[in-house]
Structures are given as C-alpha cells and as structure tokens.
Write a protein that binds this ligand. Structure first.
Ligand code: NAP
Length: 306
C-alpha cells in the first residue's frame, strides 16, 4: 500500500507545534500534527498564564491551547493520536515511525517539548501518584488543608508553591541553595506569602510512607544534618528533560539532549526543524514557543520550494 506523503508533519501539540500548524495550514500546506497524549503540552499545567501578551488578567493554559487547536483545525490541520518512535529519511522523504502507523512528509517540525525531571531518591517510585506529583494544577486540590512541600528553586517551583497555597495549609519550599534562580517577581510573592516556609541549602534524601506519602527526610547540605518533615504531598519542580529519545540517533543534540538548530530553526538534518522547549535555547516560555512556531513557517516555505 502506498503511504501518502504530506507536506509537513508536526510532532507534538504544545503551543510551539500548534502555532507552526496554524501558520502552515493557513499557508495551504497539507499538514498533520502527531500527538501521543492530549493537546496543550506543558501549557496545560499552567493555571494562570500571566505573561502571555493580550491577557491583562492572565489566561488558563488549557484554554489557550484549546483555542490554538481549534484555530489550527479551522485552517485544515489534521490531528493524529500516535506515539513517535523514530524518524528516518528514505529517497529524500522523511518517515515518522509511530507505535500504530508510519507517516511520510517532505518536512518535519519537532515540537515534542520536555518532561519534568525526577529526584531519583529512595522511596520516590512507589509513592508517585500517592502524594508525589509534578503538576500542581492537576493535583493541588487533593491537598486541601494539608501540609505539602515543593522541591526546586526555578520559576516552575515558585509558581507551583504560590498556586498550592490556595489549597494547602502550609507549603514548604525546599531548595538546594540559599538563592533562587526564579524571576524576582515570583521571589517577592513567595517571600510575602504567610503559608510558605523556606527550607534552604537542603535536599530531600528520601521519602517515606506506607501506601501514601507521610514524611520527607531532608539533609542540610552545609551541615550534613538530617531532619524529618511530615507532609502528605511533594511536588517536584527540578527542571526538565527534552523528549528527544526518538531522534537522538538521527539529529545533533546538545549535551543535555536538546536539539541544536540554526538560524532558520532547522536541525542538523535538512527538512527537520525544531521549535519550542525541545530545542537549545536560552528562554523557554509559551511566548517564545509561539514565536518559534511562527518563525519556522518562513524557513519551511523556503525549504519546500527548493
Ligand atoms: P529550572 O529553571 O531548570 O529550575 C530547576 C530548579 O530545580 C533549580 O532551582 C535547580 O537548582 C533545582 N534542581 C535541579 N535538580 C535538582 C535536584 N536533583 N535536587 C534538588 N533541586 C534540583 O526549571 P523550571 O523551573 O522547570 O523552568 C524551566 C524553564 O521554564 C525555564 O526556562 C523557566 O524560566 C521556564 N518557566 C517559566 C515560567 C514563567 O515565566 N512564568 C514558569 C515556569 C517555567 P539550582 O538553582 O541550584 O540549579
């Protein structure tokens, strides 16, 4: 059976992939968007997106994503639910191999984003979903009037901690240094919130609990002293790992696994572009992901007309 060759296959339906789809479909290209889970990517985890232009009161991440999806569909983009396993090139055509089907395209836009990292500490695996979470907007309401902790010192950690004070009685922010890398405006909000308690220069050594999280064993990295903290929830926000397993043997990646791109956002392989959080870049925001998605369309037009 002959497989149809599409103009463009987009891998991943977060803000970067959705914007690329809107621009390319509006430009009348035949475009498919392959997404293994739900549309929206990490934007789904943002309760109130405050710095995306055009929304003075902020906007919910999932609402923005749903609108982007509808816009891409209105222009003719076709969405496919499948899990990408690999990319190859055969006779000049790119082949995206997924768990259910394979798809051919003249150009591929990788917008597969990243996944949140784990602490990798004893007890963690068996308590995932039993108190340990990576998504405050998904799981925060389970911890009404309870004591919980957040690990990390970046924008995600501080955002999550502040959001979780809506539900929890106390939120302990555990960070391995005594200063945060998060934006100053988040640090100000953190420090003035009476429900938040800082545990600095400290790491979580292990988590304990029978069937559900009960306590953390915390180590002060300066003194080496161990202490215990009784909490029923632990939200991990210790950075991300790019979703590039399916292309790591085919494309040039940086030492952290992000895709290296040139000025046109084209990867080391002609015809394969990378946008949003999955590429090597200095700033990872919804606004920059959207910018990448729009920008890559220009490079694609040049590539497809070659
Ligand atoms: P991040 O900026 O990489 O921060 C990760 C944090 O986790 C750091 O504070 C790091 O500590 C800590 N950490 C890493 N490994 C650890 C370990 N094994 N044990 C304990 N702590 C550990 O990640 P992020 O906060 O998820 O942000 C990712 C990107 O998304 C950033 O570009 C960020 O700006 C963006 N973002 C933006 C917003 C916003 O603008 N509103 C919101 C969320 C995310 P050190 O500081 O000591 O390295």
């Amino acid at each position: 059976m002959t497989i149809k060759t599409h103009d463009i296959a987009v891998i991943g339906a977060g803000p970067a992939g959705l914007t690329a789809a809107i621009y390319a479909a509006r430009g009348k290209y035949d475009i498919i968007v392959i997404e293994r889970a739900v549309v929206g990517g990490t934007a789904l985890m943002i309760d109130n997106l405050e710095n995306y232009p055009g929304f003075p009161e902020g906007t919910k991440g999932y609402e923005l994503a749903m609108k982007m999806e509808a816009q891409a569909k209105n222009f003719g983009a076709v969405f496919i639910n499948d899990d990408v396993a690999g990319i190859s090139k055969e006779d000049g055509v790119l082949k995206v191999t997924c768990s259910s089907n394979s798809y051919l395209a003249k150009a591929v836009i990788i917008a597969s984003g990243s996944k949140p990292g784990k602490l990798g500490i004893p007890g963690e695996e068996k308590l995932i979903g039993k108190g340990i979470s990576w998504c405050a907007t998904c799981d925060g309401a389970f911890f009404r009037n309870q004591k919980i902790a957040v690990v990390g010192g970046g924008n995600s950690a501080l955002h999550e901690a502040i959001y979780l004070t809506r539900f929890a009685s106390d939120v302990y922010v555990i960070h391995r240094r005594n200063e945060f890398r998060a934006s100053p405006y988040l640090q100000d909000r953190l420090k003035t919130n009476p429900k938040i308690h800082l545990i600095l220069d400290s790491v979580v050594e292990r988590v304990e609990g029978e069937g559900k999280l009960e306590k953390l064993v915390i180590k002060n990295v300066s003194s080496g002293a161990l202490s215990e903290l009784q909490v029923s929830g632990l939200f991990e926000a210790v950075g991300n790992t790019p979703n590039t397993g399916f292309c790591r043997d085919f494309l040039k990646l940086d030492d952290k696994g992000y895709i290296i791109t040139d000025d046109s956002l084209e990867s080391s392989e002609p015809g394969i572009f990378a946008v949003g959080d999955v590429r090597t870049t200095k700033l990872r925001q919804v606004a920059t992901a959207v910018g990448d998605g729009a920008y890559v369309a220009a490079g694609l037009e040049r590539y497809l007309s070659r």
